[in-house]
Design a protein around this ligand. Structure first.
Ligand SMILES: Nc1ncnc2c1ncn2[C@@H]1O[C@H](COP(=O)(O)OP(=O)(O)OP(=O)(O)O)[C@@H](O)[C@H]1O
Ligand SMILES: [Mg+2]
Length: 149
């Protein structure tokens, strides 16, 4: 895709250089998605440490989307701000949504008898993090990992 689109969000405004999307409906979709994210990160020359952080974050979010959101859509984008390139990932589902985002972002909060570390852990691993959710409508999480960030 060569058309450059300006996208302004609550996070840093970026230029989208390339994009791809993948539907996630079952457990078996997770590995191909992780591989695709890795391909994109490698393509922009992201180092292994940041790649690992990005992929770990991506895995948590995609698992939440499957477990709580009943699956959904992912967007993988190569973005730039000035000279710096990065990978932006968006996870959107039409599940039940999150009633209290502030609570969900706290270490140890879970409704799934799990560790409750996915969302707060993810936020710590990436450069930018944005979550929007409406009860009854769904949840969208967006993260950016800058190549050197
Ligand atoms: N896509 C989503 N749709 C609806 N609720 C969600 C979604 N993602 C997270 N949640 C809610 O936020 C809570 C916290 O999510 P988080 O990933 O931090 O922890 P967890 O999934 O419960 O445990 P862990 O990720 O450590 O295994 C979840 O228990 C769930 O209630
Ligand atoms: Mg989780």
């Amino acid at each position: 895709m060569d058309r450059r689109t300006m996208a302004t969000m609550t996070t840093t405004p970026v230029t989208v250089l390339n994009k791809d999307s993948m539907l996630i409906v079952k457990e078996q979709d997770v590995v191909p998605f992780r591989n695709r994210v890795k391909e994109y990160a490698t393509k922009i020359g992201m180092g292994l440490v940041n790649q690992t952080k990005l992929i770990t974050a991506a895995s948590e979010l995609v698992r939440n989307m499957l477990r709580y959101g009943g699956g959904g859509n992912t967007l993988i984008e190569v973005v730039s701000k000035g000279r710096e390139n990065g990978i932006r990932l968006t996870f959107s589902d039409k599940g039940p949504g999150i009633a209290n985002i502030e609570m969900a972002m706290k270490d140890g909060f879970t409704t799934g008898k799990s560790l409750g570390l996915g969302l707060p852990g993810t936020k710590r691993l990436v450069s930018e993090f944005d979550i929007k959710s409406k009860p009854g409508e769904g949840t969208t999480v967006m993260i950016i990992k800058w190549k050197n960030g």
